[in-house]
Design a protein around this ligand. Structure first.
Ligand SMILES: Nc1ncnc2c1ncn2[C@@H]1O[C@H](COP(=O)(O)OP(=O)(O)O)[C@@H](O)[C@H]1O
Ligand SMILES: Nc1ccn([C@@H]2O[C@H](COP(=O)(O)O)[C@@H](O)[C@H]2O)c(=O)n1
Length: 225
């Protein structure tokens, strides 16, 4: 195994296709990949009852335990295993059990705000933003929340208008500026093929030709952000 691991961040609005992209680009190298859904790092809200938890704004950065995610990423990058929390959307809280995650060649952090936190961004080698129109995303979300997450239509629409949409505009969409690549429509075939190949190269230890920062700045005649 090669350390430090190659870390990919995949952000984008709810229903954009993040999980699908993550699944597809890691298929060929599945045994060498750790997938870290940001949802697992929603704060523990056991001190609230379920009705109170249902009212929480889950699209605000404050909803996530960033320190724990940083700690776990650092541990994995140092070659140590971590106990990753698991999330239950039906009860709006972490499950009691955790899952042991071992360090691997490639780590994929995926979630609405995967490109939001400065410290996390600093640990990512490749930052992806999946961009899909809001109308497509809300239609996907209605279907998913009702079928898989035990929600009713009225609640999904209320939540979308009160928190999901405004937080998307305030925090998620602006995080796109941190992306190296923007993937239109989620599972875009050419993007998936290229990214799959990139990860395969990372796992095979072949890497791909990469520019050193100074050479690149000289070539473009300007400073990189
Ligand atoms: N390019 C695409 N075309 C059609 N449907 C897609 C595409 N990408 C994702 N989907 C579908 O959209 C839904 C939401 O995708 P998902 O990857 O779970 O989104 P996210 O993780 O961003 O919430 C899933 O049912 C998935 O199969
Ligand atoms: N208890 C919760 C926690 C989160 N959500 C919503 O999940 C969305 C993020 O997941 P995606 O797979 O859609 O990226 C986010 O928009 C939260 O509103 C929830 O509904 N309930």
């Amino acid at each position: 195994m090669t350390y430090p691991s190659f870390v990919v961040g995949i952000a984008g609005g709810t229903g954009a296709g993040k999980t699908t992209v993550s699944r597809l680009i890691t298929q060929r190298v599945a045994d060498s990949v750790t997938r870290i859904p940001l949802d697992n790092y929603y704060r523990d809200l056991s001190h609230l009852d379920v009705e109170e938890r249902a009212e929480v704004n889950y699209d605000h950065p404050e909803a996530f335990e960033w320190d724990l995610l940083c700690e776990h990423l650092e541990a994995l990058l140092s070659g140590n295993s971590v106990e990753m929390p698991q999330y239950d959307f039906e009860i709006h809280n972490r499950k009691d059990e955790t899952v042991t995650v071992e360090p691997t060649d490639v780590i994929v952090v995926e979630g609405i705000l995967a490109l939001y936190d400065e410290e996390i961004n600093g640990m990512l080698d490749l930052r992806l933003y999946v961009e899909t129109d809001a109308d497509v995303r809300i239609l996907r979300r209605i279907e998913r929340d009702v079928v898989d997450r035990g929600r009713d239509l009225e609640g999904v629409i209320d939540q979308y208008l009160s928190t999901v949409k405004p937080m998307h505009e305030q925090f998620i969409e602006p995080s796109k500026k941190h992306a190296d690549l923007i993937i239109p429509e989620g599972a875009n075939r050419m993007a998936i093929n290229l990214l799959e190949e990139k990860l395969q190269n990372e796992v095979d230890g072949e890497g791909t030709r990469t520019w050193e920062r100074e050479d690149f700045e000289r070539e473009i005649g300007g400073q990189l952000r």
